[in-house]
Design a protein. Structure first.
Length: 299
């Protein structure tokens, strides 16, 4: 269950040497995660894990690299040029801060929707019975798979037979909407954009991957360290997602999680539960910072 949200409204001051160190460490960590990928991307090499995180989520690597302390933090500075490269910074008498008064009024309703959805998800009972079948439902009885550059682990007839042998228990609309038309009626739950905030549950690997999306939508109003933490969780979740898919990822260095077997389903469930446990404190802190932001912009 969701615990009480701590009060983080009081502004704190970070000494210049400390926040400069934090800023540099953040940039170095992003470089460590992305430099090899960006070099490969410049050579038009595909990466089904990282491509997804930057194409589907549409947050640029350069934006991920931009450090922000979030609101409620004062940054004393002696060199204006070393301040974070974000336009929402206000300066006053040698102090810089991310100004909540610059938050666009038109985005307040979206902030409220995200906050409600995240709270509902955090309070919901987790479910671990889907075994990653959503990726299989996305290629069921189609000759146009989403990742057509990747080989399949099964022939089409065998794949269809397997999908038909398992229940489809997807609770995440943004995965369900990519199901093939023959697969959609097979899902146990009726999902829609309108009921998205009601059907999300914290055991879902895609819901936990999406924590990155909800976090970066509030950049720079929430700390970049939290966005980066959600991004690292999303990488881990996406690897599991693709390993359990019908695609053969061995050329990318990923051994399959064979959910078509009992041992593979046990392995998937174990990894899904691990992602769930990691997601809880991240979601709680996103809620905490969003709540603080909402309180400040409504003052």
């Amino acid at each position: 269950m969701l615990t009480d949200i701590p009060d983080i409204q009081t502004s704190k001051t970070i000494p210049e040497s400390k926040w400069l160190t934090e800023k540099e460490a953040h940039e170095d960590r992003v470089d460590e995660l992305l430099n090899d990928y960006l070099a490969a991307r410049s050579r038009q090499e595909k990466n089904p894990v990282m491509d997804f995180l930057f194409e589907y989520y549409a947050f640029r690597p350069s934006n991920l690299r931009k450090w922000s302390p979030g609101i409620g933090v004062n940054l004393p500075f002696s060199d204006f040029d070393k301040l974070p490269e974000i336009s929402e910074i206000t300066t006053n008498d040698g102090i810089a801060f991310v100004d909540p008064h610059l938050f666009p009024e038109k985005r307040i309703s979206s902030l409220k929707w995200m906050l409600t959805m995240l709270k509902n998800t955090q309070q919901s009972r987790p479910s671990f019975g889907c075994f990653g079948m959503h990726e299989w439902a996305m290629v069921y009885k189609t000759d146009r798979p989403r990742h057509d550059q990747l080989p399949m682990r099964m022939e089409p007839d065998e794949l269809a037979e397997f999908v038909e042998s398992r229940p489809l228990l997807c609770t995440h609309f943004d995965a369900f909407r990519f199901f093939t038309n023959p697969a959609k009626p097979m899902n146990k739950f009726e999902l829609s954009r309108e009921t998205f905030h009601e059907t999300e549950q914290p055991g879902c690997i895609h819901s936990n991957m999406d924590l990155y999306k909800w976090a970066f939508k509030m950049h720079p109003w929430i700390p970049s360290s939290l966005i980066l933490e959600a991004f690292e969780l999303a990488i881990e979740a996406r690897y599991i997602d693709m390993q359990a898919s019908p695609y053969d990822m061995r050329e990318q260095g990923m051994e399959p999680i064979k959910i078509e077997t009992d041992s593979g389903r046990r392995e998937y469930k174990q990894k899904q539960e691990m992602i769930f446990e990691k997601s809880l404190p991240i979601r709680a802190r996103i809620i905490e910072h969003m709540q603080n932001l909402l309180t400040r912009v409504e003052e």
